[in-house]
Write a protein that binds this ligand. Sequence first.
Ligand code: C5P
Length: 283
Amino acid sequence: MLRVRAPAKINLCLHVGERRSDGYHELESLVVFADVGDDLVLEDASDLSLAIEGPFAGALSGEADNMVLRAARGVAKIAKRDLNKRITLTKNLPVASGIGGGSADAGATIRAFLLEWPRDEIKLADFAALAGTLGADVPVCFFGQNAWIAGRGDEIYRCEVPELHAVLINPGTSLSTRDVFERLKARTGTGVIERPDGFGSGADLIEFLGVTRNDLEAPALSLAPEIGAVLSVLRACDRIRLARMSGSGATCFGLFDDAASAEEAAAKIASENPNWWIASTIL
Ligand code: C5P
């Protein structure tokens, strides 16, 4: 039995550039991973199957072709053999919410199969290429470490980011990434900010983030005004340094000075908004 984590992916900033000939947009983003995520368990079986459990399992029940199965079939193709596993996905993260979700699950699935792969057969480029075919966010989720990403999301540069105390909030809204991109009007563009290698302190990072934005926040807000309520509630908290939306939304994050401030804020917001998904986490 093999257990792997599919951590939530947070875009601390996200700048969108030109639309490319393949229909995707150029983008630049600082991506970090949280200590909350989905969980995957792989067990030997007579064929490949997927069972979905957990608080957000229901949101995926109608989906014919889950990202986990697409990733597993992709690995089987590279391996040129059947990979007979019963996979159980515990869906702890809200679906279609800007924090990876399906991309994190797909990236973790590829990583899981790699753990059991004969070492002399591993050609990482094949797996990275597979990740790229599954979605723009899957390569960085497969990489699984804090990174600056560019291109359509497939150019990955390692970036050292100090530990951050955060609160994640989703107001119960699913948004389609495609719909959000279609509403995009104002773009920061790419190449405006010099690619960072890393940050020595939280203060350095916050200063850097101050000159960045998430270009998808405005179009997402036009589709889901409740994002505005989430950001206002976060900004009203004590010892908050920054509140912003992640990815194409609707999940927002708040960065706090320390763990106690984040936990206090999360508890207070949860008591006032019992229908929101709220997680106090370390990024
Ligand atoms: O690759 P993924 O399925 O996550 O992308 C969903 C949609 O988001 C794409 O079909 C595209 O409309 C948009 N997108 C984009 N540029 C990116 C990433 C996603 O336009 N770099």
